[in-house]
Design a protein around this ligand. Structure first.
Ligand code: BG6
Length: 471
């Protein structure tokens, strides 16, 4: 009955059964990097040779200790209103040599996590790959190698067989464009290759691996289980309506959104993108049968990670002849005056873009079922917001979520098929080269104090939102 009295206060009500929860990933939370048979991923290896590439030299060996504290964490998920939670299986833990023997200790661990989530009434969403190539697979060429594609498909099928009796929502990849950008174009992540054509091969092989994993999943007929992919969408907005700016934004959109979105939903690459790559002579090798597998295996469900838009203007200076091709040869980034920014991350905050994405999926992707699979705000130095009661008062995060949810609500009212909202992230975690610089969690993790967890104000607020199915 208590709920009824609160219902009067709800201005933004969400559909029944709406997913409230958060996303995380195995490599960013589990820790226990060397324990129980796990072998290194590219992150462990990279950290071992270049620790200075990581904020304050903090590496992936312990991350947030979820491996040991998952029971407590799942309880805290309940206390912060979760009805669903996404994490990822680490390939390097489950099949430490990439192919071959399955690590029973890893099976036991993931079984315990899944069972604990279900026992706590939290729907487990499982992702299979979160930037974390096993090092032994990278040595074989990583996503440039067809052998690695086959190994991944075998790993995915193993996961479906082991856990598919209980996990109903599967995702092949999280943000698969990030390894293309960060590892093969912009020199941000290991293996530090800067070569568009090799990046395009990585993108194609990833999409192929995804489609083959979807095919393997469908063959298993796992009842009402669904499979999808998590894409980070960064809608492109032109500086002005000048045709050259509009064209520049269209091109950026082809590279950074449609490149993955179209093949996984419509089963084909965008024609404009193919034309550009052909013209620049950087098309990846496509083998007979590849396009057929991609065409025949569209996803059931899309996860949309939304953080920021991309603003673009027409190219102002010509690119010197002979410069190896990069997407930015065809447009310039545009810094919009007066934009709202998260200074800790340098990312623009523009809430209504989430609505534009929803309408785009409604109108151009057959109103495919999707959910907001990540959205969140990273802040450095949150400890200064600790109150006398000992928890962090992160009102900025509450406002951030609320303002995005208002636009999600509007998209829903206008018919978008959005099934839920997952925040990035449940607890403060290790964020790749940024390590623990920016904190995103509903729950604080004190690394200096045995990874002590404390729910922030946002976590308390999020519980109310989930309980009232709105705010
Ligand atoms: C998301 C990634 O795009 O950004 C997460 O999926 C990542 O893995 C998050 O942690 C935040 O990144 P950063 O660099 O701000 O810590």
């Amino acid at each position: 009955m208590e709920k009824v009295s609160c219902e009067n206060q709800v201005n933004y009500r969400f559909p029944n059964g709406f997913w409230w929860g958060s996303a995380a990933s195995g490599p960013q939370t589990e820790g226990a990097a060397d324990l129980d048979g796990r072998k290194p991923s590219i992150w462990d290896y990279w950290y071992s040779i270049e620790p200075n590439c990581f904020h304050h030299g903090v590496g992936p060996e312990n991350t947030s200790n979820f491996y040991h504290q998952f029971k407590e964490d799942i309880q805290l998920m309940k206390e912060t209103g979760h009805n669903s939670f996404r994490t990822s299986i680490q390939w390097s833990r489950l099949i430490p040599n990439g192919v071959g023997e399955v690590n029973q200790q890893a099976v036991d661990f993931y079984n315990r996590v899944i069972d604990e989530l279900i026992a706590t009434d939290i729907e487990p969403f499982m992702n299979l790959y979160d930037f974390d190539m096993p090092m032994c697979m990278q040595e074989k060429g990583g996503w440039e190698s067809r052998e690695v594609v086959d190994a991944y498909v075998n790993y995915a099928a193993t996961c479906f067989q082991l856990f598919g009796d209980r996990v109903k929502y599967w995702f092949t990849f999280n943000e698969p464009i990030v390894p293309v950008e960060a590892s093969y174009l912009y020199d941000l992540h290991y293996p530090h290759i800067v070569d568009f054509k090799r990046g395009a091969a990585v993108a194609h092989n990833t999409i192929l691996a995804h489609a083959k994993a979807v095919e393997a999943f469908k063959k298993l007929h796992l009842g009402d289980a669904k499979i999808g992919i998590i894409l980070n969408l960064t809608p492109s907005y032109p500086r002005s309506q000048d045709p050259e700016d509009v064209k520049a934004a269209h091109i950026a959109d082809q590279f950074f959104n449609r490149s993955f979105l179209d093949p996984v939903t419509k089963g084909e690459y965008p024609k404009d993108l193919i034309e550009i790559l052909k013209d620049k002579e950087v098309l990846p090798t496509v083998e007979p049968g590849d396009l057929e597998v991609i065409r025949n295996n569209p996803i059931d469900l899309l996860g949309v990670n939304y953080y920021q838009p991309r603003r673009v203007k027409a190219k102002e200076e010509p690119v010197p002849a002979g410069t190896p091709f990069m997407p930015e040869h065809l447009f310039d980034p545009y810094i919009m005056p007066g934009r709202k920014i998260n200074p800790h991350r340098g990312w623009e905050i523009c809430e209504e873009v989430i609505y534009d994405i929803m309408i785009d999926i409604r109108d151009h992707y057959g109103n495919l079922p999707f959910f907001i699979s990540e959205n969140g705000m990273g802040v450095e130095g949150e400890a200064k917001f600790r109150n006398p009661e000992g928890f962090i008062e992160d009102d900025y995060r509450i406002e951030f979520i609320q303002e995005h949810l208002k636009w999600v609500h509007k998209g829903l009212q206008e018919g978008a098929n959005c099934l839920g909202y997952h925040l990035w992230t449940f607890m403060d975690n290790w964020s790749w080269t940024n390590a623990y610089k920016n904190r995103y969690g509903l729950v604080e993790v004190d690394r200096e104090n045995n990874f002590k967890r404390t729910i922030k104000k946002s976590g308390r607020w999020y519980k109310q939102v989930a309980e009232h199915n709105g705010f």
